[in-house]
Design a protein around this ligand. Structure first.
Ligand code: UDP
Length: 323
């Protein structure tokens, strides 16, 4: 199989590239290195089945060639991280909507199957937990930039489903819930790499809000396996799947756990959301997936649980010594 991974130098994309190469596939990565990093994929560059193009997916000339030369596409290139999204809403909206538009248009030109990576942000601040794929979405106003991410990804989903319904293009959508693991950076806001680095440096762990918000963290390898299985499952075409973990923790308990696991002398500081992000920032209290649809389709069950995830991330940063 010749596989094209957009955003393949990113945290999830690089793990996916590694796994597909190990399965014997030929992998081409396109990444503009906006949030992706060469160090994530440097170890793959000697592999004859691996190729890298440093370019944006918005470059249609380059993308036309890459799509024509592949069999399937994993589309992961996107703006990531709530902090980045709040700071750069223009880039978020453009990258997510226009990027997916290019990918789907070209996939349709060459009849290539596409897996679209979406997000649990789709559910917004809905309180109907656990979230089912066909549940209603609850979003705040357009004056709050955070919601632009949810809306941009929703347009991506609409477009992918429309290509399937109207043009018979094979598309599959997965909604990811707080994916974590080695190579994820804390630079764009993600809580686990941040807390682990703060704890290892003996700095205060910055809990936003009252810390009672609840998240379920998913190990990156579970996501990668799910993506590969969804791509290989004919009944997944034209469908949307939650991929995550359904066991979670509050952010203040997470901070305490990381302090204990690292043996750190760090304290916890509470920072109001307005200060951490922007004035009037809205967060969701509980985010938790219903995984029954993914289980029925591909037997999906998260295999790596929080303590093990944290240990792997702690070991990664201990070895790495910098972000
Ligand atoms: N968070 C925090 N301190 C940080 C970074 C994040 O308390 O330094 C909180 C954030 O406000 C959210 C949760 O941790 O409630 C998870 O944040 P992340 O950015 O990892 O993912 P999100 O769930 O916001 O997509």
């Amino acid at each position: 199989m010749r596989v094209l991974i957009t955003g393949g130098a990113g945290f999830i994309g690089s793990h996916l590239a590694e796994k597909l190469l190990a399965c014997g596939d030929k992998v081409c990565v396109i990444d503009d290195l906006s949030t992706g990093r060469l160090e994530n994929i440097n170890h793959l560059r000697n592999n004859n089945n691996f190729s890298l193009v440093i370019e944006t997916v918005l470059n249609e000339t380059v993308m036309d060639r890459l799509v024509s030369e592949c069999d399937v596409i994993y589309h992961l290139a996107a703006a990531v991280g709530v902090e980045l999204i709040v700071k750069s809403p223009v880039a978020t909206i453009e990258r997510n909507i226009l990027g997916t538009d290019v990918v789907l248009r070209l996939a349709n030109r060459y009849l290539r199957k596409v897996l679209i990576t979406s997000t649990s942000e789709i559910y917004g601040k809905s309180e109907a937990v656990p979230f089912k794929e066909d549940a209603d979405r609850v979003l705040g106003p357009t004056t709050k930039s955070r919601w632009s991410y949810s809306c941009s990804k929703a347009i991506d989903e609409f477009l992918a489903l429309a290509y399937y319904k109207e043009r018979n293009l094979e598309t599959v959508i997965m909604r990811l819930f707080n994916t974590v693991g080695p190579r994820q950076t804390g630079r764009y806001g993600m809580v686990i790499p941040r807390f682990v680095q703060q704890a290892l440096k003996g700095k205060p762990l910055t809990v936003y809000g009252d810390g009672n918000q609840y998240r379920c963290f998913t190990y990156v390898d579970d996501v990668v396996m799910a993506a590969i299985k969804l791509m290989a499952t004919p009944q997944a075409v034209g469908q949307v799947y939650n991929i995550g973990n359904d066991v979670g923790i509050t952010i203040k308990d997470l901070a305490a756990k990381i302090i204990a696991m690292t043996g750190s002398a760090s304290q916890i500081v509470y920072i109001p959301y307005d200060e951490a992000y922007e004035e009037g920032f809205e967060d969701m209290r509980i985010r938790k997936p219903d995984l029954s649809k993914a289980y029925n389709a591909i037997g999906y069950k998260p295999r790596v649980q929080l303590d093990e995830i944290l240990q792997r991330v702690i070991d990664y940063f201990k070895e790495k010594k910098h972000d």
